[in-house]
Design a protein. Sequence first.
Length: 165
Amino acid sequence: MEKKITGRVWVLGDDVDTDVIYPGKYLPILEPEEMARHALEGVAPDFPDRLRPGDIIVAGMGFGCGSSREQAATCLKTAGVAAVVAGSFARIFFRNAVNQGLPVVQADISGGLKDGDTITIDFDACRIEHSDGEARFPPLAESVRAIIEAGGLIPAVREKLGIKS
């Protein structure tokens, strides 16, 4: 994980559930690259075509609620989403995102932004710079940050055990 991430935002509302992030009809797909082609298709059918590597999802409360499907975090990560910022996360989505190496930040900034705005997330300073100023967020636990920085749980465990991929 980079210490600072700057990217274009897509602003979503509250209670974005995992079926919107990764629709259930695609659950039989096993290849992450194919999963990425359906990221946020539940928001709009053409959303996967508009999503670009480095984009940041900004949402309100309850991001990732619903089922515990890990494909929701996998498709976002594989589609190149740089981070997800939300007022709150469903616990299981938060953990699935960490396990996939997808940075997740708890901050409620969705009200002052619009699609296409640019924000910068500074993980060391726990600060988000955006068009309306800045917002602070609680630091990620060191163990969580280490997993994200390694690229996910499996790479972190391999690194810790000295196993080369």
